[in-house]
Design a protein around this ligand. Structure first.
Ligand SMILES: Cc1cc2nc3c(=O)[nH]c(=O)nc-3n(C[C@H](O)[C@H](O)[C@H](O)COP(=O)(O)OP(=O)(O)OC[C@H]3O[C@@H](n4cnc5c(N)ncnc54)[C@H](O)[C@@H]3O)c2cc1C
Length: 597
């Protein structure tokens, strides 16, 4: 299948992206900043405004009334309906703005999960797949927050293997209702939701379908709140369906298409986890930097110590790179949506297919965003010392809250596999990705690497980013060639390959942002210098991580002459990147410390 569009998910691997085609966060409009600031101010006032006592109340499992009170206030501000069309009472935000909104939500600790579920996996199934009648019936009350909503896919025996659920829907004799029986588990917002999107198999179907189920239908029992490690301001319950009568008109989308729908909703949820991770890291950094200027040890603020600067510098650099990747993809999803609409797709199909297009990037960003967020929360505790471990600062809560992001919306292992599987499908089955293009770029990548000091401006960095891409293509091709279909069972190799792919994408996004900022004459030069250091530090660490992953791949499957030759290629592609990580970290941290101090 040939594809003339430039908006092809995964194509970053084979095509150089011109800066004019890349969105960077510095391009957000006043209106978009206004949405972000509304969320941020709301969270500061409602969650942080009353000090640590309020934050602690949110963490107390019993205080669900407080969560519902904040939910009501957020909904009155319009925050429950951000992704719902205006005609149904929502704000109808484009996808990239909804990501920016999600970044702001991160300030709300785990209240973010409550409102995030309402605006994402809870409401998007109806928004994207509902008929006009279904949308008109359900969306206004979801947008206003009158009805909480939930997404019910997981079951006790069906987690990562989400298509294996046992919940069944049987058409009654009169043909008027599906009778639903089964148990769902870990259902976010389930404790107060009125509307449930339930995935179940009809009769003897092998594939899932989806249903809109109202609590008022009866035949639904909500189980006890789960006792969790974190995100305690978020309701998580099992939900039991016992002869629940669902009118036939509440079948959502086509029969048997539920699994595809479920996955596509998760694509959007995955990149939102990354956007939330960026928000969490930036907010955490602010707290870390402030504490580092205030806490005195050995007669100095701890921010004066290199060991602390190193933490601040690295978190800032990772947040910068991920932010570049998240909003690059968010804007591409919106552009793809417009392209599909122009080509004749209806609004809903365009929304759905635009999201599906970027499944690879969404999965990679979910993995990177959640892991970076967890690491940042851990480092924040370290910087706060004993106070980080105490419940008095909220930092240990952030650490507990962050941990779930590696598990839900598909575990990080599943997302790594998914990114690789989607790459293979697009490169070798549908041939949407022009893998032939690699034949011309890979030799030049190797040639360029022979001169590690060559080039001017950002040539060296883009050369190294291309090397990361070439490394992925070469190793994936070689491992695939040798192992053939057995590669899917060699998951350790798949994990490492997915990591290299993710590093290549995010490093490239960071440098495309720097390049575009360089091209813009109005860019603040001092800030650009710091941002460039952030991108460089990210690349330095990415090359290290890629080196380790590549060695793991080679040592796991290759042998003899093949291993020797590939090792040579890896060494050529991953030369020493000659920056001083200590000075780079210090420059980034000093800039942040200066701005707070
Ligand atoms: C707080 C919370 C909120 C949640 N909210 C919702 C919600 O609103 N709606 C909903 O439907 N679900 C929800 N979930 C469920 C969540 O999506 C699942 O927990 C997740 O998909 C993992 O499934 P599992 O817990 O059954 O783990 P399992 O699938 O049992 O996985 C256990 C481990 O095995 C690994 N594993 C599994 N299969 C493979 C494989 N093929 N290859 C390699 N490794 C594998 C996993 O990566 C993981 O490390 C929530 C979960 C939690 C904890």
């Amino acid at each position: 299948m040939s594809n003339t569009s430039k908006l092809v998910g995964g194509s970053f691997l084979f095509a150089a992206t011109p800066t004019k085609d890349v969105f960077i966060p510095e391009e957000f409009t006043q209106e978009q900043h206004m949405i972000f600031n509304t969320v941020k101010d709301f969270m500061l006032q409602e969650v942080h405004g009353l000090g640590i006592g309020r934050v602690a109340s949110l963490d107390a499992e019993k205080d669900k009334a407080l969560v519902l009170d904040i939910f009501k206030k957020a909904s009155e501000l319009g925050l429950s309906g951000v992704s719902i069309d205006e005609q149904f009472g929502g704000l109808g935000l484009d996808f990239n703005t909804s990501l920016y909104y999600t970044e702001g939500l991160a300030l709300g600790f785990s209240f973010a999960t409550t409102i995030g579920c309402q605006t994402s996996i809870g409401s998007l199934p109806i928004q994207w797949y509902g008929t006009e009648a279904q949308k008109a019936k359900y969306l206004p009350k979801i947008a206003s927050g009158e009805h909480g909503c939930s997404y019910c896919l997981t079951e006790p025996g069906s987690g990562s293997d989400a298509n294996s659920g046992k919940t069944r829907a049987v058409l009654n004799e009169a043909g008027t209702h599906y009778v639903l029986n089964g148990q769902k588990m870990w259902i976010t917002n389930g404790g107060f939701a009125e509307i449930f999107t339930v995935f179940a198999k009809i009769g003897d179907d092998e594939k899932l379908s989806a249903f809109i189920v109202e609590k008022s239908f009866g035949g639904i029992e909500i189980g006890k709140e789960e006792k969790k490690m974190g995100i305690k301001a978020s309701s998580t319950v099992p939900v039991y369906f016992m002869n629940c009568q669902v009118p036939v008109e509440n079948l959502l989308g086509e029969r048997g298409k539920g699994f595809n729908m479920a996955l596509n909703i998760l694509n959007s949820g995955r990149i939102k986890i990354a956007a939330g991770g960026v928000g969490g890291m930036k907010f955490g950094l602010e707290k870390m930097v402030r504490y580092a200027t205030e806490r005195i040890q050995f007669n100095k603020p701890i921010g004066d110590f290199g060991a602390m600067k190193q933490k601040i510098g690295r978190i800032a650099s990772t947040a910068f790179a991920l932010e570049s990747g998240v909003y690059r993809v968010g804007a591409d999803v919106d552009k793809k949506h417009d392209e599909l609409k122009k080509a004749g797709s209806n609004y809903n199909d365009a929304k759905i297919n635009a999201m599906r297009e970027y499944a690879i990037e969404c999965a990679l960003l979910k993995v990177q965003g959640s892991e970076a967020m967890c690491n940042a929360a851990d480092e924040a505790i370290q910087l706060f010392g004993g106070m980080g471990y105490s419940m008095e600062t909220g930092v240990e809560m952030a650490y507990r809250d962050a941990r779930i992001t590696k598990i839900y919306e598909g575990t990080n292992e599943i997302n790594r596999m998914l990114a690789l599987a989607e790459f293979y499908k697009r490169a070798f089955v549908s041939k949407e990705l022009n893998i032939g293009a690699a034949k011309s770029t890979i030799p030049s990548a190797i040639f360029q690497s022979l001169n590690p000091f060559g080039g001017s401006g950002l040539d060296r960095e883009f050369g190294l980013v291309n090397n990361l891409k070439a490394l992925f293509v070469i190793l994936t091709g070689a491992a695939g060639n040798k192992l053939k279909s057995k590669l899917v069972d060699e998951q350790e190799i798949v994990m490492n390959l997915a990591d290299i792919l993710g590093l290549a994408f995010t490093a490239e996004s960071a440098f495309l942002r720097i390049k575009k900022l360089n091209e813009n004459s109005t860019t603040d030069k001092a800030q650009l210098a710091i941002k460039t250091k952030m991108a460089q530090l990210y690349l330095y660490d990415a090359l290290d991580a890629a080196r380790k992953a590549a060695n793991n791949v080679l040592d796991s499957y290759a042998s003899g002459a093949e291993k020797w030759a590939l090792r040579k290629v890896c060494n050529i592609l991953l030369p020493t990147y000659d920056i001083n990580p200590k000075d780079t970290c210090r420059a980034i941290a000093d800039d942040l410390l200066k701005r707070v101090g």
